[in-house]
Design a protein around this ligand. Sequence first.
Ligand code: ADP
Ligand code: MG
Length: 693
Amino acid sequence: MSSPDEIGASPASKEKLRKLGLARQDDLVLHLPLRYEDETRVTPIAGVPAGVPVQIEAGVVDVSVQFRPRRQLAVLRPRRQLAVHVRDASGELVLRFLNFYGSQIKQLEAARDDGRRLRIFGEIRHGFLGAEMVHPRYRPAGDEDVLPSALTPIYPTAAGVSQAALRKLIARAVSGADLGELLDESWCRKHALDGFGGAVRLLHAPPPDVPEAALQLRTHPAWRRIKFDELLAQQLSLRRAYMARRQKGAPLMRPGGHLVQQLLAALPFALTAAQRRVAAEIAADLLQPYPMQRLLQGDVGSGKTVVAALAACQAIESGYQAAFMAPTEILAEQHYLKLRAWLEPLGVSVARLSGSLKKSAKQAAQRHAAGSAQFVVGTHALIQDGVGFARLGLAIVDEQHRFGVAQRLELRRKGTKDARPPHQLMMSATPIPRTLAMSYYADLDVSVLDELPPGRTPIKTKLVSDARRDEVIARIRGAVATGRQAYWVCPLIEESEKRQLQTALDTHATLSEELGDLRIGLVHGRLKGHEKAAAMAAFAAGETDVLVATTVIEVGVDVPNASLMVVEHAERFGLSQLHQLRGRIGRGEHGSVCVLLYQQPLSETARDRLKIIFENTDGFEIARQDLRLRGPGEFVGSRQSGVPLLRYADLEADADLVELAREMAEHLLCNDPGAAEKHLRRWLGNREQLLKA
Ligand code: ADP
Ligand code: MG
């Protein structure tokens, strides 16, 4: 068994190591190099190529502290520099240090006087004054000093932990730890994966003949094995969490009956095939004796709300309550109005609970939730203290990625009086790319709405430089003249909410002037709940023509008559944000246009993002590209606390390994639970506890 004491560091360094995630021997073993330096050879000074890190061995000729005139473009350059002239049989070189200690000068002077040679590692550049190395690493070379036989690993580290110390600890851990193979070796060979022990030893100390590119690009079978193991640990822990959940009891429900049929009959539209399929998947889940944990993914506008309402009907018919939690007040309000309009005529009592309600109204709503309400719709106010559900059978979380794990767990904890956790339906319009769904979300069942309701006309996206703002104003007039409405989204100012608000006010004032004869509304995050609701209601009722808004309208808002959206400073928004915003239009039968105003000059990533949003309307494709641009951190942000981010595997590049890891996880859990346990312990140690959340 691993224990923190086995890593053999002093208490002070242990604390620093812990910050690097290094508490156990196994952690050190799996702390792999970022890159390598080749100190296995000595290159003669005359033969060193420029710009490539190399090792040389040379004697010290001269040590001097120089004062350099401050150049205009180098104001930050210290005036004092240490210059060390060194020489080998082939040539001469200057080592230059901008930061140095007195003791360093003494040491170098001693080497000069004794004729001791230095081993120097660095990159040569040919400057104005001849060949030089700036801040090379060096140490005195002993006489019988043999060259290392392996490449020198450079590890990720942090202040206070030197490479040398880390190397020593890791080398000791590698020779002391149990590197025993846990997987079938012939299976590994078949999939170009090295054995575990061999892979670890090779990566910490690669012999110089290992192809450099395969090491650097991490395509070497040793790297593949490590990445595979990492993905396997992730799969195992998520699958185990999934299986553990199945052991729990759940509120027992009946198949959807009369109420479900009544709602279907009352809707002004027929369900799409995708909605029918997904609704059936959920209905079947609700009949299981264990709690559902399903993620419903569907692009913006695919009609998730009605699917959730059908599930709620089934719960309500079975004598339970359903809760529907949305991330913003505007959205909660809109859901409340829509769900009430659908369900109250059928005799369902729908309650609203949001943070902005007056105290007395809130208390009344809380009492309602604890008592007679059958369906409670609200914001995270739903999970606050004081809200006790009498018999919560189904918890629906809309736009689930906007909530943290803790908040979702909180809603699940509400449950029934006999402490059975409710079934949980999570919904998201931020599609999760396949590899991500297979890895980070492997503990969930996933349903996908891959079809938009009929009759939608595709949205046209236009990229327009903000120098052409006048044309955009004219376009708004045109849209309003034909009876349509428009959103004007204010620029995102991430660093300051205050400035963001000011911008919204300014934009509203400017547009009111420019479009004097139109009715301009305004909604932003600082408005009181009822003010936001009023602004949204006026826009939904067609009483305002243009709605100036901050990103508070980003998710869920549904006003089908709005067919034009202008996003100012679109270059400041993220891809999924732009996609979500754009999803506010194109909801009716009218052709819709999204104008993305941008300001020159554009950074390269901004250009990339705008190009992607311009070329794609499919949320899944946009998400895939987003994953490529930003990595998984952004997608799983709110899951982070529970699921460690991958350090080595790359979900895009290593998609084949994700598949393999999933297969192997199933295999181990069924056939070799002991190996599964050992593998998890090796990779996660005590961290697995977190994953059970
Ligand atoms: P999202 O998946 O983005 O949450 P919504 O549930 O808000 O989408 O639905 C978008 C709009 O489409 C709503 O106005 C909704 O009433 C409507 N809608 C949903 N399903 C259908 C359907 N099958 N046919 C026509 N309109 C539908
Ligand atoms: Mg929605």
